[in-house]
Every structure is written in structure tokens, then in C-alpha cells.
Design a protein around this ligand. Structure first.
Ligand code: ACO
Length: 331
């Protein structure tokens, strides 16, 4: 069974409410109807009830079972405004500004629904750039206790060689932090280990990757990766990890045994943490395009509640799948 089918099965049992704020996008309306039909979650659409219903009728979409939340006709708007003022007071947020943001920016309204516990998670980005979804998540929902970094992973579902590498490998961070510090690399590793357990049911084996394996090359960027490993060791994390591995040493048993014989992770890593966003973003697209892997994500991690970002070229089924994943992250 594919990872997405397994995740959908899990989400059905959870009955989570997930806000899909971009209700002016036809794909979002179609996805909301499919989410209800498949019983994956209760979708919450943001906007004027009359407008959304009229659009759905015009398109022949049945929205029965979906909830509509209108920022301009919302009994909780004063509480939402007060919360945004409180959260962003140090950045000079006023009541007037907060009300304007919450009634005009659906990502902030959706994120505030998550923050206030009115929904369990958010899926957005079919109609807004990654940075807008991230900013709403970071500023409103914030990071979970003990975590200072929001980052991301892709669940790479391999199309071949599963008997050697397993069905699923996580790649992180491929979407958020351009040049992570050692501290941030350690956070990416910790977030990915948690996502691997919660969403993919994997026992995490994290490789902090580099162009050097255990001292084979010297460079400041290698030192950043080595330091991330030291930080994880100091934190006493409860998952296996190894710092400073090249990709082959991380993945290929014979190479791992030769280059890092002491390591429990070398040769059988299932989470690859890239040293920066360029390597991560290029790396996942190469595996997707050249090796035919399905890339599910980016799944955001480190936020206090799940918020996930869609690509603007997403399909209806991408939105449905990410809604199920988000429900499972929330559960
Ligand atoms: N984790 C936690 N907090 C963060 C993070 C993070 N990763 N990034 C920024 N912040 C916080 C800052 O601490 C700051 O907090 P404060 O306002 O309370 O002081 C606030 O967010 C703003 O920080 P800035 O440095 O001004 O960050 P900005 O808002 O400009 O950008 C963002 C942050 C949106 C995450 C940015 O790093 C970004 O755009 N990343 C790349 C996204 C992208 O385009 N990815 C590639 C495409 S995705 C794909 O291909 C799949």
C-alpha cells in the first residue's frame, strides 16, 4: 500500500478539522468536497459564505460537510485581533493593523484559527508563495516548545531499489532555511526524526550530510555539520544520528561500513539532512525527476501545530493528500 493510502487510512480515524483558507481557488473547493467524500477530515474554507456557495454551485461542487468561516462575519474576530496584537506587540502591532491583516490575509486568518484551537491544522499555498504561508505560521502559531526552528522535509517515495533503501526516505530541509547554522541543522534533524515517526511510521536513522565523511575533507561548511552532530549529542536526543557523511556513506551499506565503520547509521540512513537549502532543494528534485521518486511535501515541522504549504502548480489530489497528512500530523 502506498504511503499516501496508509496516511489517508490513519486520517479517517482522527476526525480532524483542517482549514483550507484559499477558497477563491477552484482546486481548493474541489479538494474540500473530496476530503469530505473520502472522510479524511472536516475542511474549513475561509471567505464569504454566499460567495463560496455561489461559486461551488456554478462549478457543480457539493460542499455539504465542509465548514465556512468568514473573517468579515466572525464572532471570534475580536479575540483573534487581541491575540495577534499580543503575539506581535514587540513588532509594533496595533488593533487596527491586526484587524486589517486578519480580514484581508487568509493565511493569517487560517493560522489564527489554528492558534486559537478552532481547527487542528492548515493547508495553504495553492494561491500564495511559500514565504507567505511560512510567515503566517511562524508569526501566529510559532514554534513548539523546545524547538526554535521551522523547517521542512519531503517524504521521498522511491520508485525502484526499495529492497536496498526502503520505500520511504525523508529529505530535509528542502524548502525553508537557505543557510542553516549548526543549531538549525540539529533542529532540522530533530524535526525530521519526529515527522518520520509520526507520519511515516519509521524508526529514524538520521545522516547529517556533507561532501566529507569522517574527516575526509576539511572546510568551514563541514565543521558546521560536525558541530550540529555535537549539539544533538549534547541534547541527548532519542534517535540514531551520524554527522558528516557523504550520500553514499549514508545510504550504501558497503560504503558506510568502509568509511564510517563505527556508525549505526552509515549505510542505512532513512533521513538525509542536507547542509543547506541549495543542496536539499536540488537534491530532492534530482531524485524526483531522474529516479522517478514521488516527492510528498514539503511538510513543515517545528511549528506548534501543523501548517503545510502547497506548490502553486498543485493538483486537487495534491491538496487532498496534504490535508490527510496534516490531519495525521495533528493527531
Ligand atoms: N524558524 C523559526 N522562526 C523563523 C524562521 C524559521 N525558519 N525564519 C524566520 N523566523 C522568524 C524570525 O526569527 C523572525 O521572528 P520575529 O519577527 O519574531 O523577530 C521572523 O520570523 C521574521 O524573520 P526574517 O528573517 O525577517 O524572515 P522573513 O520573514 O523575511 O522570512 C521565511 C522567513 C519566509 C521562512 C524565509 O526564510 C523564506 O522565504 N525561506 C525560503 C522559502 C522558499 O522560497 N523556499 C524555496 C521554495 S519551496 C520548494 O521548492 C518546495
Amino acid at each position: 500500500m502506498s504511503i499516501i493510502l496508509k496516511i489517508k487510512e490513519k486520517s479517517k480515524a482522527l476526525g480532524k478539522k483542517i482549514v483550507l483558507p484559499e477558497a477563491t481557488d477552484e482546486r481548493v473547493l474541489r479538494a474540500a468536497a473530496d476530503v469530505v467524500k473520502e472522510g479524511l477530515a472536516v475542511p474549513v474554507l475561509v471567505g464569504s459564505e454566499a460567495t463560496i456557495k455561489a461559486e461551488a454551485e456554478k462549478l457543480g461542487i457539493n460542499l455539504e460537510g465542509a465548514v465556512i468561516a468568514d473573517p468579515n462575519n466572525c464572532e471570534k474576530i475580536d479575540a483573534y485581533v487581541a491575540k495577534l496584537v499580543e503575539l506581535r506587540a514587540k513588532k509594533g502591532m496595533t488593533e487596527e493593523k491586526a484587524k486589517e491583516i486578519l480580514t484581508t490575509d487568509v493565511n493569517f486568518f487560517g493560522a489564527m484559527m489554528v492558534k486559537m484551537g478552532d481547527v487542528d491544522g492548515m493547508v495553504s499555498g495553492s494561491d500564495s508563495p511559500t514565504s507567505n504561508v511560512l510567515r503566517a505560521g511562524i508569526q501566529v502559531v510559532g514554534t513548539k516548545p523546545g524547538m526554535r526552528t521551522v523547517s521542512s522535509v519531503f517524504l521521498m517515495e522511491l520508485a525502484s531499489k526499495q529492497e536496498t533503501y526502503g520505500d520511504i526516505i525523508l529529505f530535509g530541509d528542502c524548502a525553508v532555511i537557505p543557510e542553516p547554522t549548526s543549531e538549525q541543522l540539529a533542529d532540522i534533524a530533530a524535526g525530521a526524526a519526529e515527522t518520520a515517526k509520526a507520519v511515516a511510521g519509521l524508526e529514524p536513522k538520521v545522516a547529517l550530510m556533507s561532501f566529507s565523511t569522517k574527516g575526509s575533507a576539511k572546510h568551514d561548511t563541514v565543521d558546521t555539520v560536525i558541530e550540529a552532530g555535537k549539539i544533538l549529542a549534547e541534547r541527548g536526543v532519542d534517535f540514531e544520528f551520524e554527522a558528516e557523511l557523504q550520500a553514499d556513506a549514508a545510504l550504501v551499506a558497503a560504503v558506510g561500513a568502509k568509511k564510517a565503520p563505527e556508525s549505526k547509521v552509515a549505510g542505512n540512513a532513512n533521513i538525509l539532512v542536507f547542509p543547506n537549502l541549495a543542496a536539499g532543494n536540488i537534491g530532492y528534485k534530482l531524485v524526483q525527476r531522474l529516479a522517478g521518486a514521488e516527492a510528498h511535501g514539503p511538510l513543515l515541522q517545528g511549528l506548534a501545530a501543523p501548517i503545510n504549504d502547497l506548490s502553486r502548480g498543485c493538483s486537487v489530489s495534491d491538496i487532498v493528500n496534504l490535508t490527510a497528512i496534516t490531519a495525521v500530523q495533528a493527531g
